[in-house]
Design a protein around this ligand. Structure first.
Ligand code: SF4
Length: 653
């Protein structure tokens, strides 16, 4: 036989806080009244009544010298107004999560918005919420009631609408109603105000019920959240019982069951859960003959399951005071919660007032309880660190990307800080390619994956490269989807080789062949571009299979043959530079990229045996363009023609 008590069973933060406020007042010797039963649990109410706590129906029932406590459900605004009017000594134990709903509806209804409240209109929490609405409002408990409202009040579809939920509203039903609202009221402002304590309790109960063959839900029969738990469990496990105390234990069914699950409503005290467990133990002890489980073994199982119950050392609290050395927190216990400065943050220079304010809600780890002093020592730093570590472990399992800031360059890599956890990123995983300067990452936010986790030593290793590779792959996919010959890009020259330049055109590299870099002949790409240059290129050709991209760089308007055609027609006289000598003539550069031939017979009016007899490389001479063959890219030049022209001019003169 196994018995599992849900971790979330029993008092939630808000209820525990309210009960403790009452107990603290009793300890102080006050005469206490609660406005309605403090919680929906008869046993607890009886116990408090035996200590002198009375129930008031209205603030007017409370006399001078008595203290009134507003319970965690909260009250309508006219009640607090009346309390102020009567100047009654009172404590407001309204759960901060409920107060938040009051604030939302008050704010939005004052703007004239229609308030829709998912919840039971007769529940005190909903009555309290309604009491803070100053505009039109409607309540509904499920989809059919919501549809009825929309049908009856069609103007809702066109008005501004604000939607909230009772903190204990059924999560699945809430989601269903939202689907309707999102279709009908497209402008609705939706506030998911279901308390996480409730949703966690409901999902844990559902899961436990699906694994159990008998499920016990302990709680008040009038408690809304206990009834919802019962419904959720009953759907998953047919043998589900709602009991208020050990007296109602279905003993026959318990003895037959192999796997028993136990959960409890938010207003069920731990003492009642324990009483149920103890009674079960006793009962099974008395029926050992019929039960295969040894009593001692069963007791151990119970003890084990009870150990898990609310004892993981974490608490939720509300800041009630901030001093330069510590923060005081109400954690819903009799003791005062204290966070010393060095347990607040990892930053030794941080000031408490810069980190938290009165009213902030915090998750904390309990370090030490001192009953004599009435204090409980808490740590926010440790909770954050644990949370951060949990996030790291999850990120490693799910391979998700985390963000952090590089705050150190160390031997072999860098350290990035994420959620208070130091993650080592080896140099080989820190940049897209090897050899990049790691100092460039300092103080920068980086995205990385967790590639290794050592749980015992709480060490994590990350990889920025893994994320960069993915980004590159994504960009490459996007590139190939839109790439076409002729498309222009602005790129950055990444590297040079003897045969061309590689250019990054936004996540993918293409190559400009050396012959594409310039219209004139060059020996090395560095004559035209250098690494790091930004260049305008276009796609000359694509090989999708091999993933190769050839880029064009030189422009038509720089084509020397075009320049020649426009500026150097046949008959033009110009100065050229001798760049080559052969037996049959000399080659001369007219403009960059275009050489012409001065045939040996066109060098002089005199007979020239060899061109080198009269010309030398680098010499500048005057020539006349006598013929241009664009098709074969040949140009004939003549020095003789210039000489003859000059002679004719002289004769004419
Ligand atoms: S269920 Fe949530 S909202 Fe309600 S009293 Fe408890 S903590 Fe507060």
């Amino acid at each position: 036989m196994t018995v599992t008590v849900a971790k979330s069973a029993g008092f939630c933060f808000g209820v525990r806080r309210a009960v403790n406020i009452v107990e603290k007042l009793l300890d102080e010797g006050k005469k206490v009244y609660t406005l309605g039963p403090i919680i929906h649990n008869g046993n607890m109410v009886e116990e408090l009544a035996s200590k002198g706590v009375r129930i008031a129906d209205s603030p007017d029932d409370v006399k001078n010298g008595e203290t009134l406590v507003i319970r965690s459900h909260g009250v309508p605004k006219n009640i607090t107004d009346r309390i102020d009017e009567l100047k009654i000594d009172f404590r407001n134990a309204t759960c901060p999560f409920v107060m938040k709903i009051h604030k939302i509806v008050a704010e939005h209804s004052s703007l004239g918005e229609i308030i829709l409240i998912a919840g039971d209109k007769d529940h005190p929490e909903v009555r309290g919420i309604v009491g803070h609405c100053v505009s039109e409002y409607h309540t509904y408990t499920d989809c059919s009631e919501l549809n009825e409202i929309i049908e009856k009040f069609p103007h809702i579809k066109n008005e501004r609408v604000c939607v909230v939920a009772q903190t204990t509203f059924d999560v699945a039903e809430w989601k269903k109603t939202l689907k309707i609202l999102q279709k009908v009221c497209t402008n609705a402002k939706i506030f998911d105000t279901i308390c996480s304590a409730t949703s966690d309790r409901q999902s844990e109960a559902g899961l436990l019920a699906s694994k159990s063959d008998l499920m016990l839900v302990i709680g008040g029969k009038h408690s809304s959240n206990t009834n919802k738990l019962f419904k959720i469990c009953k759907d998953k496990c047919r043998e589900t019982y709602l009991i208020e105390s050990a007296k109602e234990l279905p003993l026959v069914a318990v003895q037959k069951a192999n796997r028993i699950g136990i959960t409890a409503g938010a207003s069920t005290p731990a003492s009642i859960i324990k009483e149920v467990l103890v009674t079960m133990t006793e009962e099974i002890k008395n029926n050992t003959e019929e039960n295969k489980t040894e009593p001692s073994e069963f007791e151990a199982l119970l003890e084990e399951s009870f150990k898990n119950y609310n004892t993981d050392g974490r608490v939720h609290g509300v800041v009630v005071g901030v001093t330069p050395t510590e923060v005081q927190v109400d954690v819903g216990r009799k003791q005062t919660g204290i966070i010393p400065l060095d347990e607040l943050s990892n930053d030794p220079t941080a000031k408490p007032e810069d980190l938290v304010s009165v009213g902030d809600e915090l998750d904390l780890v309990i370090m030490k309880t001192n009953d004599q002093e009435g204090t409980v020592l808490l740590s926010k730093k440790r909770f954050d660190s644990q949370k951060g570590w949990d996030a790291i472990v999850k990120a490693e399992e799910e391979k998700t990307i985390v963000k952090g800031v590089v705050n150190e360059v160390v031997k072999g890599g860098v350290i990035a800080l994420t959620n208070g956890i130091r993650v080592f990123i080896p140099a080989s995983q820190a940049t897209a390619s090897r050899g990049e300067n790691l100092e460039n990452l300092l103080k920068k936010e980086v995205s990385f994956r967790i590639i290794e986790v050592t749980r015992q030593r709480r060490r994590a290793v990350g990889s920025i490269r893994s994320v960069l590779n993915d980004e590159r792959k994504k960009k490459a996919e996007e590139f190939w989807e839109s790439a076409e010959v002729g498309k222009k890009y602005t790129g950055v020259v990444k590297s040079l080789t003897s045969y061309g330049a590689f250019v990054d055109i936004g996540g993918i590299d293409g190559m400009i062949h050396i012959s594409e870099l310039s219209w004139s002949r060059i020996k090395h790409p560095s004559e035209v571009v250098n690494v790091g240059d930004t260049v305008e290129v276009y796609i000359k050709s694509l090989d999708r299979e091999k993933g190769k991209i050839s880029l064009g760089y030189k422009k038509d308007e720089d084509n020397p043959w075009e320049i020649l055609k426009n500026n150097y027609p046949v008959g033009t006289e110009c100065e050229v530079e001798i760049v080559g000598l052969t037996q049959f003539g000399a080659f001369a550069k007219i403009i960059a990229g275009i050489d012409g031939l001065i045939h040996v017979s066109q060098i002089s009016n005199e007979r020239v045996e060899k061109p080198e007899d009269v010309l030398s490389i680098g010499q500048k001479v005057k020539v006349k363009i006598t013929a241009v063959d664009f098709e074969n890219k040949r140009i004939s030049l003549s020095m003789k023609a210039v000489l003859n022209d000059n002679a004719e001019e002289e004769t004419a003169e």
